[in-house]
Ligand binder design. Structure first.
Ligand code: PEP
Ligand code: MG
Length: 542
């Protein structure tokens, strides 16, 4: 029989190209983590109850402070969510159940909280009433908060990774990766996640390799085991023998010199063989991305995803806070155009302070612009912050997940009002993301309200082909360059006429598809910073 320490090879799906050698860091949600389990004496019950009560008090205080701040600065609707969570914590039935469980099971508080909150979560999930079943998310969120308070673990584990780690996880959600230490992460392996998944975007953005679709990966690999990861083929070696390791290190060296070569030419102009000047812009979500974008020869920032600013906080930012956060990120862009996309939550991105569950507000629910129109205070904070920033930066505003022309018309009206009242009267270009087939088919209706268009092929693919971008069991159907998508791209470019159209989905960085993108009339590509030198090289050879 093979020992667990001998070399093993696993096959997954390529998510982000590149090679990495590193030690496994098994990442699981705090709720799934193995907390210490120990028995207690009946004489300890009082002490354990005291610990639980303290955790309840700490979480309640935290929620109260959040509710008060949000009421003061935003609106009562959102504050109600925190108040509802406080109510759950005050529920006598819940408290009694925790006490009974402790007295009968005689185990430590962490385990009791996990058991009771799991039970409550399941009870709520099974209810027919949709509003009540959504409360299951609140319950699990509270369970997490109580566990953090009990264990004292406040910091996010991905923030303090040992250097040279390869993260091994079931899946990585945006709320997990906000805190991820980019310096210490060499690669990512997940059980779920396809080519347009959040993991794919993040890993390409940082320029690290990633492999997905390895079943039961977190039980197969052990914490700190040595791994060799090939993000281009989707192969993973666990515990490599010396000769495998040496061969792999040679490949890492060769790849590095190839990348260095394309890097040498990255600042030059990018003109295709038939003489078209192609603009290559960058997709970013933090300052490091912006710095590496310009180092790699980006002409502009084509897509700044601002979700991290919202996901990393307990409360939504005020206008001033948002301005500060955005400015911190875009400062290295100086006079270059920076396209900032309004908040795109829903889908796979959940804000803990908004009353929404990812089940209900999945990719076909409230998302992007739909959310912003429902929570106008979120919208105004962003538009005010961006109008202010436009005094010092070359800001362009991009609206996500537009389906109906009325949606973009509403934003146009609000933005025009704000600009009219702004001291310098500067015009900020407004653009719509084209990521639903409806929008792609009705470009004419959008043209009166926008100054530019940006095609989001990740969502356009999922909505056109009816293939969930996070569903790893159907990645073989997620074909970003399917003839239907290429046809839609061509139609958008044609209907847009002289209006600039960029492509900012993952398709723009697929080297072998670039020639046909150019043939279909695309002249602006926006890709992860790490891909810019190679994209420019491919365009020059196309
Ligand atoms: C897209 O859908 O292609 C896109 C760029 O937006 P996101 O990946 O952030 O949904
Ligand atoms: Mg999108």
């Amino acid at each position: 029989m093979r020992s667990r320490t001998s070399e093993r090879l696993l096959y997954g799906t390529s998510i982000s190209p590149g090679l990495a050698e590193g030690r496994a860091f098994i990442y699981t949600d705090i709720f799934l983590r193995d907390h210490e389990l120990y028995t207690i004496d009946t004489s300890d019950i009082k002490e354990e109850i005291k610990r639980i009560e303290m955790a309840f008090r700490e979480v309640t205080e935290d929620l109260k402070a959040s509710a008060e701040r949000i009421e003061r600065e935003l609106n009562t609707h959102m504050a109600a969510i925190f108040r509802a969570q406080i109510e759950i914590l005050n529920d006598d039935v819940l408290k009694r159940e925790i006490k009974n469980e402790l007295e009968t099971e005689l185990i430590n508080s962490e385990q009791i909280i996990k058991r009771v909150f799991r039970k409550w979560e399941l009870r709520f999930r099974q209810l027919d009433d949709e509003t009540l079943s959504c409360r299951a998310d609140d319950i699990i969120d509270l369970g997490r908060k109580l566990l953090s308070a009990l264990t004292g673990i406040q910091a996010h584990t991905l923030e303090h990774l040992p250097h040279g780690s390869i993260i091994v996880a079931k899946r990585l959600l945006p709320s997990d990766t906000v805190f991820l230490s980019r310096k210490s992460t060499r690669g990512v392996v997940t059980e779920f996640g396809g080519p347009a998944s959040h993991t794919a975007l993040l890993t390409k953005e940082i320029g690290i390799p990633a492999v997905g679709k390895i079943k039961d990966v977190i039980s197969i690999i052990r914490h700190r085991e040595l791994l060799l990861l090939d993000g281009s083929t989707g192969h993973l070696v666990i515990n490599p023998e010396d000769k495998t390791r040496r061969r792999f290190q040679k490949r890492i060296y060769e790849r590095r010199s190839y990348l260095l070569d394309s890097q040498k030419n990255c600042l030059g102009q990018c003109v295709s063989k038939d003489g078209h000047k192609i603009e290559v812009m960058a997709n970013v979500s933090c300052r490091k991305d912006v710095e590496s974008a310009f180092k790699n020869g980006a002409d502009a920032i084509g897509l700044f995803r601002i979700e991290n600013i919202y996901l990393s906080r307990k409360l939504p930012p005020s206008t001033q806070e948002l301005m500060k956060e955005i400015e911190k990120t875009i400062e290295p862009a100086k006079d270059k155009p920076v396209t900032i996309r309004l908040l795109d939550v829903g889908g796979d991105k959940k804000l803990s302070y908004l009353n929404h569950s990812l089940g209900e507000d999945s990719f076909l629910g409230r998302r992007g612009i739909r959310f912003l129109l429902e929570f106008p205070e979120l919208l105004y904070t962003q538009l005010n912050a961006l109008t202010e920033l436009s005094k010092d930066y070359n800001v362009r505003i991009l609206v996500p997940m537009v389906t109906f022309s009325q949606e973009i018309a509403m934003i146009r009206e609000i933005l025009d009002d704000l600009m009219a009242n702004s001291s310098d009267g500067k015009k900020i270009p407004l653009g719509a993301m084209i990521e639903t087939p409806a929008a792609a088919l009705c470009i004419d209706d959008f043209l009166p309200y926008v100054d530019f268009l940006s095609i989001g092929s990740n969502d356009l693919t999922q909505y056109t082909l009816a293939v969930g971008r996070e569903n790893s069991s159907i990645t073989q159907y997620f074909l970003e360059d399917h003839p239907s998508i290429m046809k839609l791209l061509r139609m958008v470019v044609k209907s847009a006429g002289t209006m600039p159209v960029s492509l900012c989905g993952e398709l723009a960085g697929k080297f072998d598809t670039i020639p046909s993108l150019l043939e279909n009339g695309l002249r602006i590509l926006s890709v992860a910073p790490s891909l810019i030198p190679q994209v420019k090289q491919v365009v020059r050879e196309s």
